[in-house]
Design a protein. Structure first.
Lengths: 206, 206
């Protein structure tokens, strides 16, 4: 029996996925609109229109919920490309990140995660775990490139992905320069050049 | 007649420089300890032990004062090296930046400049102008490297310096990874590899 919107009155076991999606979406809206301090399981449940026990059944606390909601959201909004060419893959990934940052959902979530609230230890820890998961999600780009001999064998996927992100976040958080496709393309070119030169291998050569 | 501390009662024209240095130092301490909202010419003058007309004579408003104090401070604390070798220059510059970020003065100033207060338009504008000045200060590293044929002729100094800074700020503001000499050295290596490959030329090749 398929689980979709026609089964709104079916038992939770069946309509589980749409409910989980609604809870995750409510979590990010709550975070972006009201901030981390107001992010409670109660508020999220109310916003999602579910009972709070439904939320607690799946997530132990708000940090786990936040991490899961964030990972799921970014995996959907900034998909990991597989074009068969590492340069195109990196460019698409960088462009996707730039578009996501410019979107209301992405901008709102990032503003909270990276703002003063980001210095709260729990949110800093959620952020670290989020990026670790994200690097794992996107690592296949690098592994496939190594298999196709487009990159040196020792290239570290996480280091390459950080090199790709770094100039984009620098514009967003430090220099205030525009975040556009050109910025994304240059980020991809720089990261790729460094990787090809062996500067993103693990362990570092220096 | 030399201007030094023995001339405390000399006219301002003579003991000008120590007074200006005291005002600049008071500006950064005020910013780091009390935040941008509390940064007024009155508070700075009181902290520096000078009359506020002394401050107004030199700086029109607090934004100008902040920009000047910041530029002067960073030029002193993170000197632009000239070792005769671009790799050593970039490494020293990156290590200097990492040390400065870890210092109470640097950390305090950066926290305010890049925190939520950084979204105040005046402070965002001061920050943009500060980085523009800083790129000009450090540009000779790149120009000398081009003259020595260590880097391609079209290498853009500001782009290279941003590539050097980006992974350091990513650790500080996003991933929360440690900021140490290894991080600085890797940042230098990545920026250099990208520049050598022509990925940091201006206009961008992409």
């Amino acid at each position: 029996m398929p689980c979709d919107d026609r089964h709104r009155n079916a038992p939770l076991g069946c309509r589980g996925e749409p409910v989980l999606a609604a809870v995750r979406a409510a979590t990010l809206r709550e975070l972006a609109e009201c901030g981390y301090a107001a992010l409670t399981i109660d508020n999220v449940a109310r916003r999602a229109g579910v009972h709070k026990t439904t939320v607690y059944r799946r997530w132990h606390d708000r940090e786990q919920l936040l991490l899961d909601a964030l990972s799921d959201h970014v995996a959907t909004e900034v998909p990991v490309p597989d074009t068969g060419d590492v340069e195109r893959d990196l460019r698409e990934l960088a462009r996707g990140l730039v578009r996501w940052i410019a979107s209301p959902a992405g901008g709102g979530v990032l503003a909270t995660m990276l703002s003063d609230a980001g210095r709260v230890p729990a949110i800093a820890e959620a952020r670290r775990r989020f990026y670790r998961q994200r690097f794992e999600q996107a690592a296949p780009i690098v592994r496939r490139a190594i298999e196709r001999r487009e990159l040196p064998a020792g290239t570290d996927p996480a280091e390459l992905l950080k090199a790709l992100m770094a100039p984009i976040y620098l514009r967003l958080l430090v220099t205030g320069e525009p975040l556009d496709e050109e910025a994304a393309d240059r980020a991809a070119e720089v990261a790729l050049a460094a990787a090809r030169a062996g500067a993103l291998s693990n362990p570092p050569r220096t």
